[in-house]
Design a protein around this ligand. Structure first.
Ligand code: NAD
Length: 483
């Protein structure tokens, strides 16, 4: 937590100890200041964590605990998060660079996730299936055992909660590996989970490099499911290992999500949604609305307004509540974003605003990049096809609906889409034609824990959230009972 010393310990099977893996360093993206040095988990730590989770998850007390009793632990974790919400938000801002308003919302989301799955557990009983012969059948849901949860750096506490809460609700043990750049809030969550009284060993928190700690978790024979959120290339690697093991995986991957402005839209509402969709989290969001298709009749008007308002956005440190665009997660990532904008210039893009690193004052030493709007590129350009994961929006005009849908769908991704129109028929028709796991109409980037979330195409496999989110961490067994 903020103000707390980081004592180079990770959580392995209920015990805080120094990781046996490589040294990791995490720093504040706003200043470059080193926040903590840790040792990541190696394959031996992973083996201990899996063994601890397997033992704790096999304990008959936990395994056959009635759902409503298991729910009490989730509620206790939620209470722990609520009690330290301010500290958790400040810690996540320091670790990720995100603005304090966003990290407050992420902490509230993590608390809400634990409360939601606690409430869902209260109503979760297996039903008897009506017999169709001289027998009774029962279909029961059982825990998988040990679940590996691997999360990225862009919204750590919210991603961690979305995996840990339903996995515990399903009666499993969990081995969590947060991203190596942002381990601090996940370790803080580990402390709160231990304080909730949950059986020791059920949850481990193992920071470490993906290729070492992450792969060791995925390959471990004791891990019965992996739930992964991160990039598509990493998801492909994890999926290949899962295929070898015949192990279920859920993959929440990248995106290049289209947003669409029809000429009859409330343009004020559309511009506000577009700005939030791409520049909140400095574009480091899987659902960032990074390609905007604007009807030719309103193209210049909407684009002028987007540029005018983008130039007024306050770029600054995440800890400043007035900041609207905070730094990127690391300077190396900022440099990658800058290189992608340079490549867009080479592709022939017009840079309408931003397109550079800000200089002087607070900007020196931080991982800042100005919010950027480009146009003049075809949808086939690399800039329109590849995930940038930064504050970069590319605008494209359209006239014909069929052509629009073809272009919007012409990407390997299928995560999200936003569209603005006052015509409910256009909204419904186009929403159904777009290949995306989530479509927002006249709004963008709103989330509800009760609404399933996940991708189509190379944006992923499986859905998180919603009541069925618990079943994703359970195995179904049918029992026939002769009469
Ligand atoms: P990443 O794939 O590089 O890393 C994600 C996690 O996987 C990290 O913890 C990393 O250490 C681990 N990892 C890396 N290689 C591994 C391997 N071979 N085996 C096991 N684990 C491994 O992604 P990132 O850069 O941290 O995050 C950004 C990406 O995540 C973007 O593509 C973004 O779109 C995606 N994302 C998707 C969602 C979603 O819900 N669909 C949400 C947030 C982020």
């Amino acid at each position: 937590m903020a103000g707390e010393s980081f004592d180079d310990e990770i959580l392995v099977a209920g015990v805080w100890r120094r990781g046996a893996g490589a040294a990791l360093e995490t720093s504040d993206p706003a200043t470059g200041e080193v926040l903590a040095r840790l040792h990541g988990a190696d394959a031996g730590d992973v083996a201990d964590a899996v063994a601890g989770a397997a033992e704790a998850a096999a304990d008959p007390h936990w395994r056959s605990m009635p759902p409503h009793e298991r729910a009490r632990y989730l509620t206790a974790i939620a209470d722990g998060i609520a009690g330290r919400a301010g500290e958790l938000a400040r810690l996540q801002t320091a670790d990720t660079g995100k603005s304090i308003n966003e990290t407050r919302a992420l902490v509230a989301s993590a608390e809400g996730t634990f409360r939601y799955f606690a409430a869902a557990l209260e109503t979760m009983e297996d039903a008897l299936t009506p017999p169709r012969g001289p027998y009774l059948t029962m279909s029961v849901h059982e825990p998988i055992g040990v679940v590996g949860a691997i999360t990225p750096w862009n919204s750590p506490i919210a991603s961690d909660a979305q995996k840990i809460a339903p996995a515990l609700a399903g009666g499993n043990g969990v081995v969590l590996k947060p991203a190596e750049w942002t381990p601090l809030v996940s370790l803080a969550l580990g402390r709160l989970i231990m304080e909730s009284g949950l059986p020791a060993g059920l949850v481990s928190v193992l920071p470490g490099p993906g290729r070492v700690t992450g792969e060791a978790i995925v390959r471990h024979p004791g891990v019965g499911k992996v739930s992964f959120t991160g990039g598509t290339d990493t998801g492909r690697r994890i999926g290949a290992v899962a295929a070898e093991k015949i192990m279920p995986v859920s993959l929440e991957l990248g995106g290049k999500s289209p947003t669409i402005v029809f000429p009859d839209a409330d343009l004020e509402q559309a511009v506000a949604g577009l700005l939030f969709g791409i520049f909140s989290s400095s574009g480091q969001s899987c659902v960032a609305g990074s390609r905007v298709f604007i009807h030719a009749d309103v193209y210049d008007r909407v684009l002028d307004e987007l540029v005018r308002r983008t130039e007024k956005l306050r770029v600054g440190p995440g800890a400043d509540p007035e900041t609207q665009v905070a730094p990127l997660v690391t300077r190396a990532h900022r440099d990658r974003v800058a290189a992608m904008v340079d490549r867009a210039r080479d592709e022939g893009a017009r840079v309408l605003c931003g397109g550079r690193v800000p200089e002087g004052g607070v900007y020196d030493g931080g991982a800042y990049y100005l919010p950027t709007i480009l146009d003049g590129l075809p949808n086939s350009a690399a800039t329109c096809q590849e995930e940038i994961f930064g504050p970069v929006l590319v605008a494209l005009p359209f006239r014909d609906e069929d052509d629009l849908v073809a272009q919007a769908n012409d990407t390997v991704y299928g995560l999200a889409c936003g569209l603005w129109t006052r015509d409910y028929r256009t909204a419904w028709r186009v929403a159904r034609r777009i290949e995306a796991g989530t479509v927002w109409i006249n709004t963008y980037k709103q989330f509800s824990i009760s609404t399933p979330f996940g991708g189509m195409k190379q944006s992923g496999i499986g859905r998180e959230k919603g009541r069925d989110g618990i079943l994703a961490y359970m195995r179904q067994k049918s029992v026939y009972w002769g009469l």
